[in-house]
Design a protein around this ligand. Structure first.
Ligand code: AP5
Length: 223
């Protein structure tokens, strides 16, 4: 099963992806984290991606598709995987289906208003080492700006400045939101209200996923 999480910046894709990975054991593949790690390591790919990311623009398809191909065929992804931040437009959605046509899929939009996204992202802090996600207002670390898990100093992402957040939201509305119609037509689209609490969003997604997994297993048995 391929579980696609999409939604505007700050909607909680990373937060929910981490929780789902823990509960179901499907690896979470975060395109943003993969790209940020290339940037941090100063690789040629990271250098190419960095400027675009800092402007809130999408990195070229050639780069992100190559990274996805390297990741989804690893043995741990065989039973299923969670996509956080891929696909971001219809061309990426189609490329994904070409690369891995056999996987069943569900596409879950986590809906959030632009104002709520702006409020949340200014208070987000992330761990550069283990990618844990915090929020100074509603999910603060135990010790001041330090990761609870690995004790690294937390950081503000370069693209979490108000001007860049607005550009990212614009790009989301222009290029990614069309996935709602795309996946609705394929009858694999689900919508969750991302303004509810983390726990409540997680419960909703889990209950959708439980139903889909049960349906898929039943179909497998009756084959
Ligand atoms: P990426 O890292 O994927 O950024 P994004 O999509 O903008 O999403 P975010 O990571 O900002 O937010 P999120 O939805 O994961 O929210 P989170 O859980 O952190 O991509 C970054 C860049 O990489 C892109 O701009 C682009 O340049 C490039 N890129 C990535 N994928 C690409 C692709 N496929 N093609 C081309 N380029 C690509 O939560 C946010 C905050 O809210 C946290 O503080 C959290 O604690 C808090 N929070 C979460 N849920 C709740 C809740 N329910 N209630 C209250 N607070 C909450």
């Amino acid at each position: 099963m391929r579980i696609i999480l999409f939604g505007p910046p700050g909607s909680g894709k990373g937060t929910q992806g981490n929780l789902l990975e823990k509960k179901y054991g499907f690896p979470k593949i975060s395109m943003g984290d993969l790209l940020r790690s290339e940037v941090q390591d100063g690789t040629p790919l990271g250098k190419e991606a960095e400027a675009k990311m800092n402007r809130g623009e999408l990195v070229s398809d050639d780069i992100v598709v190559k990274m996805i191909k390297n990741r989804i065929f690893k043995p741990e992804c065989q039973k299923g995987y969670i996509m956080d931040g891929f696909p971001r437009d219809i061309s990426q959605a189609q490329r994904l289906e070409e690369i891995d046509p056999a996987s069943e899929e569900m596409a879950i939009e986590i809906y959030l208003s632009d104002q709520a996204a702006l409020n949340r992202l200014g208070a987000r802090r992330v761990c550069p080492d283990c990618d844990a996600i915090y929020n100074l207002i509603n999910k603060p670390p135990k010790k001041d700006e330090t990761c609870d898990v690995c004790e690294e100093k937390l950081m503000l992402r370069d693209d979490d400045k108000p001007g860049v957040i607005k550009d990212r939201l614009k790009i989301y509305h222009e290029q990614t939101e069309v996935l709602i119609e795309y996946y609705s037509r394929k009858k694999v689209y689900f919508r969750i209200d991302g303004e509810e609490t983390v726990e409540s969003v997680f419960q909703h997604i889990s209950s959708l996923l439980d139903k889909e997994l049960a349906r898929s297993q039943e179909a497998e048995v009756t084959k």
